[in-house]
Design a protein around this ligand. Sequence first.
Ligand code: ADP
Ligand code: MG
Length: 309
Amino acid sequence: MEDVGKNLDQLMNKKNYRMRYEEMKQEILQNEEVNQFLVEHQSAITQQDIEKSFAKLYEFVQEKRKFIQNDPAMIAPGYEPTLTLNYHFIDVTYVPTKALLEKEHRQEVASRIQTISMPKDIQNASLKEYERTSGRGDAWISAFEFVDAYTAAPKDFHKGIYFVGSFGVGKTYLLGAIARDLAEAGYMTTLLHFPTFAVEMKQAIGKETVGPELTRVKQAPILMIDDIGADSLSSWIRDEVLGVILQYRMQEHLPTFFSSNFSMDELEEHLSVTQRGEIEPLKAKRIMERIRYLSQEVSMSGRNRRERP
Ligand code: ADP
Ligand code: MG
């Protein structure tokens, strides 16, 4: 009796399988794209080829449905399944969609902008969309000129820009926009919020992270030092951190940008007094010589954009 039961089961399974096969076949043959493909390649494929490619055709129908429904279960999210003919065998090729290619491009561009303690929104800044109010026109033009000159001859030395202007006028945002345009053109920029960086360096004194971090910053292909002069500096930060970074960049002819609420002359005065109150005008002068060598001063004026107009 047992054997009969077993055979019956097998028979039923076989029957189920057949039915399932017929269903699948119907589903495939009812698919418009499959039909179109078969018509297009009529002369190149035989009925036998179609039978052989059955599994692939089924895969196509399933995956295309998931693709259209944006079903997360699809084999290759972001890729559109398409039918291709590979000699006598029909195959499914997964073609990256425009959306995927754009996403990959955006990620690649973003990866060229290294930020250290910078606000997130500068990642979206762009020169093309930068609003050119009257007080910021010069800044915008010099930014544009830099990007043009640098991308035309990246190996030559190009003076960066020292943006000076009051709080909220858009200095940091403009640095971000320049970095974005440079990234679009394939160049790496490091944007550094100097006051925060200085605090972090001080906290790391004596640890082995100081050296590598300083090296990474000073060697950045393009460096932007944001908000210099916002805090008073210790002589160590001024001479052994800022001074070392600037010295290296001057020697290596590496483009360097700054933004500050102080003009260069005001910054010189600011740097001549240390956190402890020591007056060291010569040390400040040395730093300023490097800053002046590396950048040209461009002022920005206008309303504080952090307040509602
Ligand atoms: P600053 O660095 O001069 O203090 P920010 O660059 O931080 O000023 O700009 C202040 C605010 O205005 C930020 O929120 C910034 O995103 C915004 N902002 C500045 N310039 C623009 C611009 N051209 N287009 C859009 N938003 C801007
Ligand atoms: Mg700023």
